[in-house]
Design a binder for this molecule. Structure first.
Ligand code: AMP
Length: 173
């Protein structure tokens, strides 16, 4: 039953990894089986019956939530990873961070038959990471049904930046 206030299970760490950032720590959430199960229950209920062919998980914390969701839905799990980790042919995208840039990769043959996918990460901040993942998924030939997060930092405006792709989150700050 979806009845727990998930904010009680998310730990706030001030000034991590740098001064001025309040880190939302989900290790305390996944450390509570009922809270973790509630997250997966809500997501599985939302995407069940929507003709989703794959769940895409974004390294690293996105893997924690995408894997049980894919299993529950009985669909493929596709990882989006940091450069140099995926062993077969990849597409790569570079995206800007506040300072510097990052890269992400996906296997070129991740979606042999196209299809509709949901991309999952733990947290939406500016939307740069998930926007890059969306670019990769589309390049690999799938279409993005929705972007799903446990936590959304609404004040950073990521959702608007990701329009028109729908965004879903369980907890908003
Ligand atoms: P962004 O690309 O700005 O949307 O940042 C999202 C990525 O950075 C996600 O993979 C998050 O895990 C991580 N992240 C950004 N801000 C925070 C935060 N305040 N607490 C925890 N993780 C964060």
């Amino acid at each position: 039953m979806a009845d727990k206030d998930l904010t009680e299970y998310i730990r706030n760490i001030p000034d991590f990894p740098q001064p001025g950032i309040q880190f939302k720590d989900v290790t305390t959430l996944i450390g509570h089986p009922q809270a973790f199960a509630q997250v997966i229950d809500v997501l599985a209920e939302r995407y069940h019956g929507r003709d989703i062919q794959a769940i895409v998980g974004v390294e690293s914390r996105g893997f924690i939530f995408s894997a049980p969701l894919a299993l529950r839905l009985g669909v493929s799990l596709v990882p989006v990873r940091k450069p140099g980790k995926l062993p077969a042919e990849t597409y790569q995208v570079e995206y800007d961070l506040e300072y510097g840039s990052n890269k992400l990769e996906i296997h070129r043959d991740a979606f042999e038959h196209g299809g509709r996918v949901v991309i999952v990460d733990d947290l939406l901040a500016t939307g740069g990471t998930i926007g890059a993942a969306r670019t990769l998924v589309e390049r690999a030939g799938a279409s993005v049904e929705e972007l799903a997060f446990v936590i959304e930092l609404s004040f950073l405006g990521g959702r608007d930046r990701l329009a028109p792709t729908p965004v879903f989150s369980l907890v908003q700050y």
